[in-house]
Write a protein that binds this ligand. Structure first.
Ligand SMILES: [Fe+2]
Ligand SMILES: [Fe+2]
Length: 275
């Protein structure tokens, strides 16, 4: 996959804003070859042990201290050299998301969640491969649900042959709640740990689960969810429209928006955070 946005572009193909008639949709055969390879790598290498290792490696948050705006500028170094005209700088996706939420008169915690939701992608700048940063997330330690895109690719995952991990509940109790479930590793979970002390629960849920398409869009894994997750997922789905459908060709005036957003960030976060 040539760039970090290719998976998100593929999400728009899988979940178009105006869905075509059911029989017309054939995601699997229409996927671009590089993106297909990305899904296969992701499904092959995201094992229970891999997730444990990455959590141990990154969740100590001892890499760097940065403020939020600084993190946005740092993330903005992620540009696709191979095709600089096509993709919007990362900071503009964040601003477009936040501006759409603001335009709809949503609360300030919601706007700030939109502004920062992809900052976990800085994992790429620390040398992590794309399949370990972006992609649909899904539970590990239990059976891979058929609703996960390219489910057949899990045959190459070493957990496929693990009897307990491939039982329906795996290592979990029925209806234990999403909070108890280990998801495949990526930018969502990482950022959640950076900001968990500073935002209200719905904002944290949007950040932590926004890539979990198998659950929030496909309705898989209902047997792991508890009562609280139902309202949590309502927020995640509500946020998903802003994440997916606000990408515009038109450029954002970053400097003009900066004062408003710096003030907003200061309302929720300290001057520097641990990354
Ligand atoms: Fe994201
Ligand atoms: Fe996003």
């Amino acid at each position: 996959m040539s760039d970090i946005d290719a998976w998100e572009d593929d999400l728009l193909r899988r979940y178009p804003e105006t869905p075509a008639s059911a029989g017309f949709r054939d995601y699997v055969n229409q996927v671009r070859p590089g993106v297909r390879e990305f899904y296969f790598q992701n499904h092959r290498y995201q094992t229970f042990d891999f997730v444990k290792r990455k959590r141990a490696q990154f969740l100590s948050l001892d890499r760097r201290r940065m403020g939020m705006w600084e993190a946005m500028e740092f993330l903005n170094q992620l540009v696709d050299d191979s095709d600089p005209d096509i993709d919007l700088p990362q900071i503009e996706h964040l601003l477009q998301t936040a501006e759409a939420i603001r335009h709809d008169g949503r609360p300030r915690w919601y706007i700030v969640a939109g502004l920062i939701h992809d900052l976990g992608k800085i994992l790429c700048l620390w040398g992590e491969p794309q399949w370990a940063v972006v992609g649909d997330t899904f539970p590990v330690g239990c059976r891979f649900a058929e609703e996960i895109v390219f489910h057949e690719a899990f045959r190459e995952n070493e957990d496929w042959g693990h009897a307990q991990y491939q039982s329906r509940l795996g290592i979990y109790q029925a209806h234990c709640g999403l909070d108890q479930v280990l998801l495949s590793w990526g930018h969502d979970e990482y950022l959640y740990h950076v900001v968990r002390e500073y935002l209200p629960p719905p904002a944290l849920a949007m950040i932590r689960y926004h890539s979990c398409y198998p659950i929030h869009r496909e309705g898989a894994y209902a047997y792991l969810l508890n009562e609280d997750d139902k309202s949590t997922l309502k927020w995640v789905r509500d946020f998903n429209q802003y994440d997916l459908y606000t990408k515009r060709e038109e450029r954002m005036d970053v400097e003009a928006l900066k004062p408003y957003y710096e003030e907003l960030l200061a309302e929720f976060f300290p001057a520097t955070l641990r990354w």
